[in-house]
Design a protein around this ligand. Structure first.
Ligand SMILES: Nc1ncnc2c1ncn2[C@@H]1O[C@H](COP(=O)(O)OP(=O)(O)OP(=O)(O)O)[C@@H](O)[C@H]1O
Ligand SMILES: Nc1ncnc2c1ncn2[C@@H]1O[C@H](COP(=O)(O)OP(=O)(O)OP(=O)(O)O)[C@@H](O)[C@H]1O
Ligand SMILES: [Mg+2]
Ligand SMILES: [Mg+2]
Lengths: 263, 263
């Protein structure tokens, strides 16, 4: 069955988008079919994958407002095996616009469930859905947590990374109990690891103490090439496939695939 | 009169907290009196300044809920001239709890206006208020924009930095027209500038093209010492006063002070 992972962390700038985009591309290179859902109104994942997302483009906003289906808006990109549902800026208004709707946090789940058979008919089985979240625990992240079966937490190897983890875990637990009993934190990915500093390894040790076996052994190093790739609207594999960043995301994707879905 | 600046940018991890904390400390070293308001439920600014902010501590939450005044909760810290109103995790619930209140976006402004004479009586004139925001444009950032007279935008020298600027400017313009006609984007501060990469200088040039004279000539370099300081609950001036990061924040604070408040 399709693995649905939400990349969530309300701490900003920890590598949610960079991980969504490059894990998706890496899984595509490993022969998997991956749908990327950009649930951040900033649309950074859409940019990195070269997908238009100016106002007027149909995307996640139109889906959660019930005006379009995923099949209507999904696009393919240069990366093999990768499909994208873009985010547009009007998505920033969804939280306020849906406040009166009882089912406001279940709209993405419903839309993705409806899409799966549609995708299977046209492209064969979808192996992964990766949902990129904004840096908050509002309605968009809630929709992603309700829709997902797994949570992948990108954790930057910096001091503040630890402060937000307990709030994130508490929110996930609330969603599990109230809306989505299958939801589990299956994966954590250490990002922007700087081998030259003690801070990085101290934080990495601390994260492994907190999250245990969920933490992938593949660690993403801090690498300028990773931050340059989006300015060329490319994943790291299109921009610099021989770089340490590309190798690390390939290792992480392979480890994620080999571990398999929970139970 | 007291300058009130909100450090806002919905892009995550761009240096809002690091700039709030270290500009406040630098202004304190320049003989100014500065109040730091931590409006981010993560409480990273409270941590960096060594202020307790576990559940139960009184802070911004109690202020916006009308249960405490700023005078009740403000604390002094090791940095000379710096006062802090901490954030606690219950602040994450304020947005939902205040949704029915007409004046929900004016509570911080009212509390700060009430506090100013109180501070003058006990400590002499307050020169600056710096408000640290979460990485979103929700109720907490809205409260900060309504309370402020100036906006200081920290802009990370990375590609995604440019994408969010127009949304931020549009939000600021909406607040100016609807709630706070004195609000102006007076300052932008380039952060995490990495002189070894072309990306940093390309982004810096682009930001100067967009924001013109608002951009401080002082630029904050990427420096591991800046990211290590909070793990010791110190500002850069307590942790490594001779570092490039400390020098840069001192230069930025001096430039901010010399420029003075808008007309
Ligand atoms: N391993 C890395 N090495 C160097 N730079 C990185 C790395 N991963 C991400 N970056 C850069 O760091 C910044 C933050 O990463 P990214 O935008 O992916 O984080 P995010 O968690 O999605 O942020 P937000 O909270 O705003 O959504 C970006 O400019 C990105 O290009
Ligand atoms: N100039 C710098 N050089 C190196 N690291 C930095 C610098 N400025 C900030 N950092 C580190 O980068 C990370 C992001 O910075 P910070 O938390 O201040 O950003 P923020 O905008 O407040 O994030 P959020 O959006 O989560 O509130 C932190 O781990 C911080 O220690
Ligand atoms: Mg992102
Ligand atoms: Mg912050």
């Amino acid at each position: 069955t399709t693995r649905i992972l939400t990349l969530a962390n309300q701490k900003g700038g920890v590598g949610k988008t960079t991980s969504t985009v490059n894990l998706a591309a890496a899984l595509g290179l490993l022969g998997q079919q991956v749908l990327v859902v950009d649930a951040d109104p900033q649309g950074n994942a859409s940019t990195a994958l070269g997908v238009a997302h100016h106002a007027g483009v149909d995307g996640v906003y139109d889906i959660v407002m019930g005006e379009q289906t995923v099949a209507d808006v999904v696009v393919t990109v240069a990366s093999p095996g990768v499909f994208v549902v873009p985010a547009t800026i009007d998505l920033a208004g969804a939280e306020v616009e849906l406040v009166a709707h009882e089912d406001r946090d279940q709209r993405l789940r419903r839309a993705l469930t409806e899409y799966l058979p549609h995708h299977a008919r046209s492209h064969g089985d979808l192996d992964y859905i990766l949902i990129d979240c904004p840096p908050s625990l509002g309605l968009l992240t809630l929709n992603a947590l309700v829709a997902a079966r797994e949570v992948l937490i990108p954790v930057q190897c910096e001091y503040y990374a630890l402060e937000g983890l307990s709030q994130l875990m508490a929110t996930i637990e609330r969603v599990r109990q109230a809306r989505n009993p299958t939801l589990q934190v299956t994966t954590a990915l250490l990002t922007m690891f700087d081998a030259r500093t003690r801070l990085s390894s101290d934080v990495a040790d601390e994260v492994r103490r907190h999250l245990g076996a969920a933490v992938l052994s593949a660690v993403i190093p801090r690498s300028v090439r990773l931050s340059e790739a989006p300015s060329h609207e490319q994943t790291i594999f299109g921009y610099d496939p021989g770089s340490t960043g590309a190798q690390a995301y390939l290792d992480a994707a392979r480890e994620l695939a080999v571990r398999g879905a929970p139970g």
